[in-house]
Design a protein around this ligand. Structure first.
Ligand code: FAD
Length: 388
């Protein structure tokens, strides 16, 4: 079994100063009141264009992001690769609405592909579909509503861009992850990604959809899509996650009066996440996976499944992934034992990345949040170093 408590490996490329900076950051955002004030400040800075980007850049941005552009990320990419951890560059511009913004996300995607050509340090590229098309159009498609002429034109151009990305990805052999989003547009995303999987996953897995296992219908969906793929002879790729919009999902369902689509007990999400790992590993001839989690028990469960099935640690169909600046104890210890590991490396102009940073700070406020874990690991390592 991999020892996820081994902080020596987890922090081997962090100096005492790095650790101290991380300690200050997590100590600050671990305090619910300060964290609330900080996220409000970030929102205000975003709204009123306050000139505090420099402050953000040397603090929270430095910890969670690779840089403002791909060039700036190269140091992080190299450093991670020294420990055999790949980077998934994630251009983190969110909530975009204009054609110019979508074009920019598309162009960044093409640049990432160029950078990943013959470059094992960048094993995947990733997209949020709402970075490439308006949310409201995906919402209409989700609800089987007709698009007007203008929307149809935008939709066609979006489909064209996604296909260009997949074609390029296929040429250079870099698989594409599509992130999962809110349940009220996820049906549209699933439909689009299914069509891409049918088209590009004929021989090997190029396109991965994301399954949020906090959803109470995802195991059923997984079973159904396995049947479809076996019948229609294409391969499946899934990034498995628990899901990032838990509170929002519950709030909206209550407000609009429909059945809550997510589990209400953390234990049920955990059970479904582990079950999805099991189902995928039972169908490993068909499915490639990326286990996107910071949860130690699920990471241990994946390892036990790999062993049970007699697969190699570095079986190319199985990856684990964590976010940059989080759960290094999982990433570094898995990589040390030869498992395939990658980190999401978000990048973009500081202002654009603020919503992502707010989410990282907010996670602290949920009872099961990450920061307690992160802070604990940092303190344990600091104490170990003090003791020599
Ligand atoms: C590489 C990577 C890629 C990701 N991509 C996506 C993505 O495309 N889309 C997306 O939505 N998220 C994505 N996430 C975020 C992910 O969904 C989780 O929010 C985050 O990783 C925390 O879950 P965990 O498995 O790490 O561990 P844990 O900390 O063990 O679990 C926390 C999660 O449990 C669930 N949960 C919390 N409370 C309850 C409750 N009361 N009842 C039921 N469930 C509860 C929530 O999903 C919460 O996020 C990604 C994460 C990673 C590491």
């Amino acid at each position: 079994m991999v020892d996820f408590k081994n902080n020596i490996h987890a922090f081997e490329d962090k100096s005492n100063t790095d650790l101290f900076r991380a300690w200050i950051l997590f100590k600050t955002i671990s305090n619910p009141i300060i964290s609330k004030i900080l996220t409000k400040l970030l929102q205000i800075a975003l709204l009123f264009h306050l000139p505090i980007t420099f402050l953000i850049k040397i603090s929270i941005f430095k910890h969670f992001c690779g840089g403002e552009n791909i060039e700036e990320c190269k140091k992080t990419i190299d450093k991670l690769w020294d420990s055999r951890i790949g980077s998934i560059l994630d251009y983190s511009a969110e909530g975009k609405e204009s054609e110019n913004d979508f074009k920019q996300v598309y162009e960044q995607g093409m640049k990432i592909l160029e950078t990943s050509k013959n470059n094992e340090k960048i094993p995947f590229i990733v997209f949020k579909l709402t970075g490439l098309i308006q949310f409201k159009i995906l919402h209409k498609i989700n609800n089987n509503q007709m698009l007007n002429d203008e929307e149809q034109k935008i939709y066609n151009s979006f489909i064209n861009r996604i296909n260009l990305i997949c074609e390029q990805a296929q040429i250079i052999n870099t698989p594409v992850f599509i992130d999962a989003e809110e349940s009220w547009i996820q049906g549209a995303i699933d439909k689009i990604v299914l069509a891409l999987m049918k088209k590009y996953n004929q021989k090997q897995v190029l396109v991965y959809n994301t399954l949020q296992m906090y959803r109470n219908d995802r195991l059923m969906y997984l079973d159904k899509i396995i049947d479809t793929a076996r019948r229609e002879r294409f391969k499946l790729g899934f990034k498995l996650v628990r899901g990032a919009y838990h509170e929002k999902e519950i709030e909206r369902a209550k407000e609009k009066g429909y059945k809550i689509p997510v589990h209400l007990k953390k234990g049920d999400t955990d059970k479904d996440f582990n079950k999805s790992l099991e189902i995928c590993l039972n169908n490993i001839d068909l499915i490639s996976i990326c286990s996107g989690t910071h949860n130690i028990k699920s990471s241990e469960y994946l390892i036990s499944l790999i062993k049970e099935k007699g697969l190699e640690n570095n079986d190319k169909r199985i990856f684990s992934s964590q976010l940059l600046g989080m759960s290094d104890n999982i990433s570094y210890n898995l990589a040390k034992e030869g498992y395939n590991v990658s980190k999401y490396v978000p990048y973009g102009p500081v202002r654009e990345v603020i919503p992502y940073l707010i989410r990282r700070a907010e996670e602290n406020r949920s009872i099961t949040g990450q920061m307690g874990r992160e802070l604990q690991n940092i303190i344990t390592e600091q104490n170990r170093r003090k003791r020599g």
